[in-house]
Write a new protein. Structure first.
Length: 315
C-alpha cells in the first residue's frame, strides 16, 4: 500500500495502536502518521520497524498531549482494549475499568481537537448496557463533535475474514458533515450490482488469501499438532473451511486450517487473513506475534474508513 500524494499534508495519530494495523491503513489512505501510542512493548517495536511516525510507550488513561509532536492533528484513530466488552470473555460488567478507556480516548480527542475521529471496537460495545453508547455520544458532543456509529464487516471491504467491528466516527462541529461518513462496501457474500450501479465482488476466501502458504508448517511439530487437535477450551478449536472467509482472527493461537494434515495457522497466514502485506514483520515471541495480529484492525478495512474521512477533511 502506498501513500497518496497531496498538496495539503493531513496529519494523524493512532492511540492504542498495537502493532499498527490501523496505522498502516491510515498511512495508505493518504494521511501523514506522526505518532502512535500504546503500552505493549513488542507491538511498539513492530510498529517502529514497519511504519513511520513517532512511537510512544504511554498509559493512555493519563492524558498528556506533550508526548505528541507539536503539529496540527487532523485525524485521531483509537482502538481502546475490547476485553471489557467482548462476549467471548463470558460475564461482562459495564463498570469494568477497561471500558473507561473509551472515555479516556475521548478526553484525548477533546484536548487535541482534530477535525475527524474514528474509534474501533467489538460489537459487544453496543450491547453491554442500554445506555453505554448514549454516554459515548454525549461525551463526544461535549467535546464539540457530531457522532455516528456503524457495524462494519471486514469481508465487505476485501478482507478475507468475517470480522464485525463497531466504528464510531466523530466529526468536529466546525467541519462540513454533509458528505458520506462511512465507506461503501466493495464486496458482498455473493457478487452483485448495487442499486446505484456499483459492482460488488464476492467475498475473498481463505484459499484465495493463503493458498500459496498452505505447505508452511512453522511451529507445527507432531507433538504440537496433537496437542492442538486435543485442545478443548471454552470455545473449542476454531476451524477454517477454505472456500469462504475465515472467522474472526483472535489473539490466541488456537486457530487451525483444515488440510490433508490438520494444523494451526501460522502467524503469516493469520496476517494474510487480516490483510497485512507479507513485508510487514512482527517482533517478539510467537505468542506475542499471534496476539499482535489478532488484536489488530485489518489494515484494508481501516484504509477504507480513513479514505472516507480524508474526503471529508478535504471538502
Amino acid at each position: 500500500m502506498s501513500r497518496k500524494g497531496d498538496t495539503k499534508i493531513t496529519n494523524a495519530i493512532d492511540l492504542f495502536c498495537g502493532a499498527g494495523g490501523a496505522s498502516l491503513g491510515i498511512e495508505s489512505a493518504g494521511f501523514d502518521l506522526i505518532a502512535a501510542i500504546d503500552t505493549d512493548t513488542d507491538a511498539l517495536d513492530t510498529h517502529a520497524d514497519n511504519l513511520s511516525g513517532y512511537t510512544v510507550n504511554h498509559d493512555l488513561s493519563s492524558v498528556d498531549t506533550s508526548i505528541v509532536p507539536d503539529r496540527d492533528i487532523d485525524y485521531i484513530h483509537g482502538s481502546p482494549p475490547c476485553q471489557g466488552f467482548s462476549v467471548a470473555k463470558g460475564d461482562r460488567d459495564v463498570d469494568d475499568e477497561r471500558n473507561s478507556l473509551v472515555f479516556d480516548f475521548i478526553d484525548w480527542v477533546a484536548e487535541i481537537n482534530p477535525q475527524v475521529v474514528s474509534m474501533e471496537n467489538v460489537t459487544g460495545m453496543l450491547s453491554i448496557s442500554s445506555h453505554f453508547m448514549d454516554k459515548v455520544i454525549s461525551a463526544f458532543r461535549d467535546a464539540g463533535y457530531t457522532v455516528k456509529y456503524r457495524t462494519l464487516n471486514a469481508a465487505d471491504y476485501g478482507v478475507p475474514q468475517t470480522r464485525k467491528r463497531v466504528f464510531t466516527v466523530a466529526i468536529h462541529n466546525d467541519v462540513d458533515t454533509t458528505k458520506r461518513w462511512f465507506p461503501k462496501p466493495t464486496h458482498s457474500k455473493t457478487a452483485t450490482t448495487t442499486l446505484d450501479g456499483r459492482e460488488l465482488n464476492e467475498w475473498l476466501t481463505v484459499e484465495e488469501a493463503i493458498s500459496d502458504l498452505i505447505d508452511i508448517t512453522d511451529g507445527c511439530t507432531e507433538q504440537n499438532k496433537i496437542r492442538k487437535e486435543g485442545y478443548d477450551g471454552r470455545n473449542g478449536p476454531i476451524w477454517y473451511p477454505l472456500n469462504q472467509p475465515s472467522q474472526t482472527i483472535t489473539a490466541s493461537d488456537r486457530m487451525k486450517v483444515v488440510t490433508e494434515n490438520t494444523r494451526r495457522l501460522t502467524v503469516r497466514e493469520c496476517a494474510r487473513l487480516q490483510s497485512f502485506p507479507d513485508d510487514f514483520v512482527f517482533n517478539g515471541s510467537k505468542t506475542s506475534q499471534y496476539q499482535q495480529v489478532g488484536n489488530a484492525v485489518p489494515p484494508l478495512l481501516q484504509r477504507h474508513v480513513a479514505v472516507q474521512l480524508l474526503e471529508i477533511i478535504r471538502s
